[in-house]
Write a protein that binds this ligand. Sequence first.
Ligand code: OAD
Length: 258
Amino acid sequence: MSEMVFESVTDLERVANALHRAQKITALTGAGVSAASGIPTFRGADGLWKKVRAETLATPEAFENDPKLVWEWYDWRRQMVAGARPNAAHDVLAQWTREQSGFTLITQNVDGLHEKAGTERLIRLHGSIWHVRCWQRCTAGRRDWRDDTTPFPTLPPRCPHCGGIVRPAVVWFGESLDASDVARATEATDCEVFLTIGTSAVVYPAAGLVHQAKRRGAFTVEINLEPTEASHVVDVALHGPAEKILTNLAALGRSGSD
Ligand code: OAD
């Protein structure tokens, strides 16, 4: 049975035309782009934050209090993500970054699926679930490193340099984002087309990027399953699964919809 996509053809064509003409395009993605890969979103109907309270797991205080419990949650998510494949949404976006040097992708996702799809110039605002760093901030373990071990034989995993515990290199509630990532993302809002895709647009500073892009004169587009906080800000809102809408936009681009 084919799925219905609730979007107006005219709006889809407007977006395809804008993408076709633009030299500088920026897209911001959220958990919705990985939904079709089987990764639960945070705030959707079956979202992760519906089952656990963010403050009980995704804060430095929670980690300080019970690192094993926090790691059990991340270890479970790492195992889930390890078996996941990029879907059409990741593939279309990755292809656009490879084909157009002016296309920048910013993601709030930590799952690594944009990287797996071969994305270029990716800005990861919330870190990576595949990276860790020393919780004690020992000199050698202060910088993030990649560790693909899954599942970890014992939790919490240990720092190979000092023997202390390591933490996931993701941004937790109450923590600052990496200043250089924020600077690069802010710079990327100076674009002709800005797409906000698969995000509920409630977590700042990421959610502020579409506002900045609009102020700087970009044509702004939301692609999301349902209306969000960004819907009233954007020039066009396309509501439906991102993997379908992006596939349709890519097909319109190929057929030269100008
Ligand atoms: P959310 O879970 O808040 O929002 C995901 C959005 O994707 C929802 O609006 C869904 O309707 C939509 N969605 C679901 N399936 C979709 C599909 N197939 N196509 C298009 N849209 C779909 O996730 P984020 O906005 O990414 O931060 O959450 C932002 C941040 O909050 C996360 O990075 C995480 C979380 O707390 C940290 O962990 C720091």
